[in-house]
Design a protein around this ligand. Structure first.
Ligand code: SF4
Length: 333
């Protein structure tokens, strides 16, 4: 095991990715930057997160600045990253860290787990990346590398992968090791056309010996629900669009939107609404949504709609919209 671990660490020293949330040359990592990057990287690719992270750190350079910002500012900065609950919980978490921990992230996994938006994976990542602890971090890249290294030819069992990954984890270099195995998965042990000839583990890799590299990992298939609904563009006589702020605690709460429904039946349809015969598709984690676009022009806000405001097209950019609503606005433009 130690040979594999050391070979990977040596490879990382030469080939590790240069990412803005990482520190190099022995400098102490900034736990705040590690946390921001880890939350952004949930459900989002490194390429997308790269620019968002830089802009975020410019806007909220310290956790105190984030804690003091309004939720509207936070959601506005998060626009386009999707899964807005992450931003709301970050804001809540920042306030707790400032008020209860003097602005310093706790280094204990159990304490981290008690904070909003921090689950087992993020807690392990913060412990490894920010505090150099020998925590085992298992994401999609790590699953692929471990499954191939051990030539696992059955559907992935995450506990099994975790146990195998744990045995390889460096006790002394937790941060470098966690970064190294992720980088190996992202740049060498890629889903398609892996670069086995330059892999530090090629001599031990069972998938290579068996000639089945690209057949692994074998993932369980998930059936996704399909939902269909309606979105309504309400214009006033001055060509301003009706928008409302989503209430409640759901996925998109706090964001601005056009009136819409995802069950296809709960809208109180009115005869003057015009079917634009345009569809907007959006993929959520647990379901795929298709919205049918309708349009109407009114003198005043219809009684069947919730509270909202009319805004001109040029003012729309000052409001935080979800990616779904941005797609709707694009159709309208
Ligand atoms: S040798 Fe190839 S398949 Fe095996 S771990 Fe390395 S890159 Fe992945």
């Amino acid at each position: 095991m130690k040979d594999l671990t050391n070979a990977l660490l040596s490879w990382y020293a030469q080939n590790g990715r240069d990412l803005p949330w990482r520190t190099k040359g022995g400098a102490a990592p900034d736990a705040y930057a590690v946390w921001v990057s880890e939350i952004m990287l949930q459900q989002t690719t490194v390429q997308t997160v790269y620019d968002y992270f830089l802009k975020w750190m410019k806007r909220f350079p310290r956790i105190e600045v984030l804690a003091e910002a309004s939720i509207d500012e936070v959601l506005h900065a998060w626009q386009g990253l999707g899964y807005y609950t992450r931003a709301k919980k970050m804001h809540e978490c920042a306030q707790i860290i400032v008020q209860q921990y003097g602005g310093h992230f706790p280094a204990q996994r159990e304490t981290l787990l008690s904070l909003p938006g921090i689950g087992p994976y993020t807690a392990s990542s913060i412990c490894a990346f920010a505090f150099n602890q020998p925590e085992t971090v298992v994401d999609g890249n790590v699953i692929r590398v471990i499954a191939r290294l051990y030539g696992i030819q059955k559907a992935i069992d995450k506990n099994d992968i975790y146990a195998r990954a744990q045995k390889l984890t460096s006790q002394e270099h937790g941060a470098d090791y966690a970064s190294a195995i992720m980088d190996l998965g992202a740049t060498v042990c890629r889903p398609q056309k892996p670069l086995c000839t330059i892999c530090p583990w090629v001599q031990s890799c069972k998938a290579v010996k068996l000639g089945i590299v690209e057949e692994i990992p074998i993932l369980k298939k998930m059936e996704k629900k399909k939902k269909e609904g309606v979105v309504l563009a309400v214009w006033d006589k001055k060509c301003r669009l009706f928008i409302q702020k989503r209430k409640g605690k759901g996925l998109l709460s706090g964001l601005w939107e056009l009136p819409w429904t995802d069950d296809g039946v709960s809208f109180p349809f009115q005869s003057e609404w015009i079917d634009k015969h345009q569809k907007i598709h959006h993929v959520f984690t647990h379901f795929d949504l298709t919205l049918n676009l309708y349009e109407t022009t009114v003198n005043e806000i219809p009684f069947c709609l919730k509270e909202g405001i009319f805004v001109s097209k040029t003012e729309l950019s000052s409001y935080a919209f979800s990616t779904l609503m941005k797609k709707v606005l694009k159709k309208l433009s």
